[in-house]
Design a protein around this ligand. Structure first.
Ligand SMILES: [Zn+2]
Ligand SMILES: [Zn+2]
Length: 304
């Protein structure tokens, strides 16, 4: 019987032929900033492109494709897919399938990126570098796979094209200065901003709800990710469009989605019921140690 090749570990996990593009974007950002020098206009451009893309990642990839927390038309679904693909995080079906697996097995052995199981670096970047998660598990995204345009966009050879088109467009308009700040720096920040929800949001922050995993609410991460930092809320009730459950929990993605709903682009935004908001017991802890909670209490939300 043929045995599977051993998974790369240590240095080989993070630095292998598959991770060259990932590190090349980091190198382009770093070398570009060193050569061109710091510029406030560059930083503002990087942050502007960062937050527009972060919105489409959180609103589209996460709250729509992974959780189906609101409804939209087929053409706007396509807009959400292509705009999300400018984030260079593979296709929407790949992303949603892995994310649904994360919720199904949160912080258990089968979780694709559990910081509790395999540490910070694994949850941050290691899980997509070991070659085990390159394919899309279509059994987890049957509801999305019935749209041929989404399946086509999800192909590995196509998935990164919107990001490449964005880079070329910024280069054409803003020259090398625009390319370095508006694409390379912005993309590195966007990647790590996104990855903090897989890593830091399961390590640092407070826990309002006993979710059976290690998810945390973290206001700083919410600012970085336009509202995704309310991760313990989200694990508690996944199908809610908004992740800041109370007015003081800032959730810019949700605010923009409300505007989209007002314009008629989306509808059927889901709210957490009152009974869910007040669920107890609340656990207040900061750091990596929390009381162990039965997993059976965890899955009060649902994935469409
Ligand atoms: Zn989620
Ligand atoms: Zn999580």
């Amino acid at each position: 019987m043929q045995t599977a090749p051993p998974r790369p570990r240590g240095f080989r996990l993070y630095f292998n032929s598959g991770s060259i593009p990932f590190w090349a974007v980091h190198a382009a950002a770093l070398v570009g900033v060193v050569v061109l020098g710091f510029s406030w206009s560059g930083l503002l451009l990087a942050l502007g492109v960062y937050y527009v893309r972060m919105f489409f990642l959180t609103a589209g990839y996460h709250r729509y494709f992974a959780h189906r927390s609101f409804s939209t038309s087929r053409w706007f679904q396509l807009v959400l897919a292509v705009a999300g693909q400018t984030c260079a995080q593979m296709g929407p079906l790949w992303w949603a399938a892995n994310h649904r697996a994360h919720h199904r097995h949160s912080d258990q052995e089968a979780d694709v990126h559990s910081a509790l199981q395999r540490g910070f670096w694994w949850s941050h970047i290691g899980w997509f570098m070991d070659g085990q998660h390159e394919g899309t598990d279509f059994s987890r995204v049957r509801d999305l796979a019935k749209y041929p345009e989404l399946v086509w966009l999800n192909q590995r050879s196509v998935a990164l094209l919107p990001a490449v088109a964005l880079a070329l467009g910024i280069w054409a308009i803003g020259g090398i200065h625009g390319l370095v700040w508006g694409f390379f720096v912005s993309t590195v920040l966007l990647w790590h901003g996104t990855f903090t929800i897989n890593s830091l949001a399961h390590l640092f922050g407070s826990r309002r709800y006993a979710t059976g995993d290690d998810s945390r609410n973290n206001g700083l991460l919410a600012l970085i990710t336009m509202g995704e930092g309310w991760h313990n809320n989200h694990h508690h009730y996944q199908s809610s469009t908004r992740q800041g459950f109370f007015w003081w929990e800032i959730d810019p993605t949700y605010y923009v989605l409300r505007v989209f709903a007002g314009l008629g682009l989306i509808w059927g935004l889901r709210e957490p019921p009152k009974s869910v908001l007040g669920s107890k017991p609340a656990l207040k802890s900061v750091g990596t140690q929390v009381a162990s909670i039965p997993a059976s209490s965890a899955r009060s939300g649902r994935v469409a």
